[in-house]
Design a protein around this ligand. Structure first.
Ligand code: CMP
Length: 141
């Protein structure tokens, strides 16, 4: 029996500015992810700080949260078997200098901060991150 898993991804402000939305969403569909829900929005600095609270205190926390609140983003709830690991593989390494050919970050990221895309890294963070952007009724299916 197939066990479907859900994950949260964000197309970050740099990739939106570069007009990468269509290409990145096409990759999700080609790689077998079901798009359960998506929304384009802007988040405040405070909301970015809440979302990335796990990184509070790290040297890049201030500039990361300033960057994430610098323009529109696209948040998507994705579903497939092994979604969390498969999405992270499709995204490529956090630092695009280390990202493999064919990954989203290789194509769209500029540097470790302006790195085009975020994906949940584990089941517990996926639950938190999905509920950060989507209400229960939006994912009820
Ligand atoms: P993301 O997958 O969104 O998770 C946390 C983000 O912090 C990461 O992508 C990067 O954009 C950013 N990040 C992680 N490490 C560094 C770093 N050393 N310097 C700057 N930004 C970083």
């Amino acid at each position: 029996m197939k066990t479907l898993q859900r994950t949260l991804t964000i197309i970050k402000p740099d990739a939106v500015r570069k007009k990468g939305i269509g290409d990145i969403i096409e990759q999700f569909e080609k790689q077998g992810f079901q798009i359960l829900c998506l929304k384009m929005l802007e988040i405040s600095k405070h909301q970015a700080e809440q979302f990335y609270a796990v990184h509070a205190g790290k040297p890049f926390y201030n500039s990361l949260t300033t960057f994430m609140s610098s323009g529109p983003i696209v948040a998507l709830a994705l579903e497939k078997e092994n979604a969390i690991a498969d999405l992270r593989k499709l995204m490529g390494a956090t630092n695009p200098a280390n990202a493999e050919e064919g990954t989203i970050r290789k194509k769209w990221a500029t540097n470790i901060e302006n790195n085009a895309i975020h994906g949940s890294d584990a089941e517990d963070t996926a639950r938190f991150e999905l509920s950060f952007f989507f209400a229960g009724y939006e994912l009820a299916q």
